[in-house]
Each structure stands twice: as C-alpha cells, then as structure tokens.
Design a protein around this ligand. Structure first.
Ligand code: SAM
Ligand code: SF4
Length: 313
C-alpha cells in the first residue's frame, strides 16, 4: 500500500513485549515501568492482526520489542506468522537465542539482527548493565551454525567508539554485515553527549581502512553499505540524524499493546486494540495509519517521549 507521499509501505515491525532483560543506557533504566501482561496483544489478537496484514499485502514482518525472545509464547507466535507469511525476521539482544534459535528456525525464522554494542565484557556491562556478553556470543554462534541469516547492529556512542575496529574485524571474520546506528534522541534516557555522527565514525574508520560505497542491500532496512576491501566485508550506516532517509521509509510499527506508530520519531499513534478482532475495522485503521505517515522526522530538534522499547525498535 502507498502512503500520501507515494511511499510503498509493506514492512511491519511488530513488538511482542516492552520488557527487557537488559538496560541499555540509551533505552531504559532500572526503574522502568513495563506494560501489564493483560495489556499485551493476545495470541488470538496477533493471529487476526497477522492475517489482516497479509490480506493488506504487507511483505515482511520483523519481531522486536523490548526483547521479543522474553515473550513465553514466541514459538506459537512464530507458527502464526509462518502460516500467513512463510518466514519472518527478528531483532534481538541475542541473550536467549542459544535456546530459541532451533525452534524459531523450524517455525519460519530466517533472519536475525543481533544488537551488539561491545565485545569487551566490562564495556558490555557498562552499556547494557548486564553481564551477558558470553550468552549473546553463544546465541550468535548457534544462529550461524544452524544457517540463519545474521546481521549485527551497533549503536555507536562515545563509550564504544574505541571498539569499532574490534567490532568491524569480528564481523568480517564471521562474514557478517555490521551496521552502525546513530543514537537517536528518543526517550528520557537520551544523552546528547553520547552522540557520535556518521562522519566522525567514518573519519575514524578511514584511519585504518578504505570505505568503498556500494549499492548492495542486505534486507529491507535503510542502511547505506560500504565495502572494506582489505577485509572483504561490508559495513553499513543507519544515520537517521545526519543522513535522513525518510523519503524511502517503508514501514510502520505496532507496539506490544496494539498501537500503530506511523513514524518512529513521533509519539502520535493509532490504537487498534478496540477493533483488533474485527477484520474490516482493523483494515481501515491500518490503512489510516499508513495514510498518516508524516513526510519526515525532526528528531534533531526534539526528543521523542515514547521510548524505543515501548513502540518497538
Ligand atoms: N531488544 C532488542 C534489541 O536490542 O535488539 C530489540 C528492541 S531494541 C529497542 C531495537 C534496536 O533499537 C536495537 O538495535 C537498539 O540498539 C536500538 N535502539 C534503542 N534505542 C535507541 C536509540 N535511542 N537510538 C538508536 N537506536 C536505539
Ligand atoms: Fe533491551 Fe533492546 Fe532496549 Fe537494550 S535496546 S534495553 S536490549 S530493548
């Protein structure tokens, strides 16, 4: 379906929960208040939603959160998506993937984005507040071993800038694309002094490697990729702040409690919880949400209040 600016919207980020077992410094703090379990979309509601999205010709679903793997019925949700879409992808902190990868792959999972901001256990703890690096690496190894398509996502900040070569070389060794994400002013945990721009990052990478721009795409996201010839590997930049990519935006987000966010950068949302079991009304609300997608974001000028884990990052 097209929005009013003629962008084709066919990609859904579906959040399964706002809960997380990590506390990444830019995302949430220890005192965070989560949704009540009875506010979350039920399995039945998710089935109607997924079927309706398929009827509306959506092409791709990515599960996210919070941490989507914390949802106890994730395998049942996978089965539903497999029934209508065949396959799906997931964005995860990876800490539970060692246990879930097999079962999810059997039920349609074909692509995993691992969020990995550090390879140093102390710095990993400093960023996520959890001593989980080894579990994430185990989950990554398992996912690769069973043949899942994997990408790495790293939010770049002052506190992990010194690790970029370790991260790039780690990804190259595993033959994985790694994408560096610019920190966005979303949620009250955002701190301007942590921000590192794409340009600063590229200047630093250029001290050691040549970045050759390439047209290649891995998946349907907004990343611009470069080849590092010396390593024969690809790195991407997702720079919502300094390289606006709104004109090619192809997605909407649905939160774990059934709110459609037409744009990541606005608190504005449309609740579908009240109509979610009525397919025709649900279709109309989804179409309306697509129509309401704003032309662009203004994130550099304002901080959005709804944190990423509540709307589905
Ligand atoms: N818990 C899962 C994870 O971390 O991959 C999925 C949800 S998380 C909200 C999705 C992605 O959003 C992660 O890659 C995370 O690093 C990123 N993220 C969260 N807050 C952000 C912010 N303020 N700016 C940029 N990226 C952010
Ligand atoms: Fe959890 Fe993901 Fe937020 Fe980190 S970014 S706290 S892993 S939801």
């Amino acid at each position: 379906m097209k929005d009013k600016y003629n962008r084709k919207v066919e990609y859904i980020r579906l959040s399964l929960t706002d809960k997380c077992n990590f506390r990444c410094n830019y995302c949430m703090n220890e005192e965070v208040k989560f949704m009540q379990d009875n506010e979350l979309l039920t399995l039945k509601e998710i089935e109607v939603l997924v079927k309706t999205l398929k009827d509306l010709n959506f092409k791709k679903i990515r599960l996210t959160g919070g941490e989507p793997t914390l949802r106890m019925d994730i395998v049942d949700i996978a089965k539903i998506i497999k029934k209508y879409f065949g396959t799906f992808s997931i964005t995860t902190n990876g800490s539970l993937m060692y246990y879930l990868a097999d079962e999810l792959k059997k039920n349609g999972l074909n692509e995993v984005n691992f969020s990995l901001d550090s390879l140093n256990s102390e710095n990993f703890k400093n960023i996520t507040k959890r001593d989980e690096l080894q579990n994430v690496l185990n989950g990554l190894e398992k996912s690769l071993k069973i043949g899942l398509k994997v990408k790495l996502n790293t939010v770049i900040q002052k506190r992990n800038l010194s690790e970029i070569f370790d991260l790039i070389e780690f990804a190259a060794k595993l033959n994985l694309p790694i994408r560096f994400i610019e920190l966005m002013p979303i949620g009250k945990n955002y701190n301007d002094s942590d921000f590192i721009s794409e340009k600063t990052l590229k200047d630093k990478i250029n001290e050691k490697y040549n970045l050759i721009p390439v047209k290649i795409k891995f998946g349907s996201g907004p990343s611009n990729y470069y080849l590092i010839k010396e390593l024969n590997s690809y790195i991407g930049f997702i720079s919502a702040i300094t390289h606006n990519f709104c004109s090619s935006c192809n997605k909407i987000r649905i939160s774990a409690d059934g709110k459609i966010y037409p744009c990541l950068a606005f608190d504005y949302h449309i609740s579908i919880k009240d109509v979610i079991l009525e397919e025709d009304k649900l279709k109309e609300k989804i179409k309306f949400a697509i129509f309401e997608k704003p032309k662009r974001h203004y994130l550099s000028k304002l901080t959005k209040k709804t944190p990423m884990h509540k709307m589905g990052g």
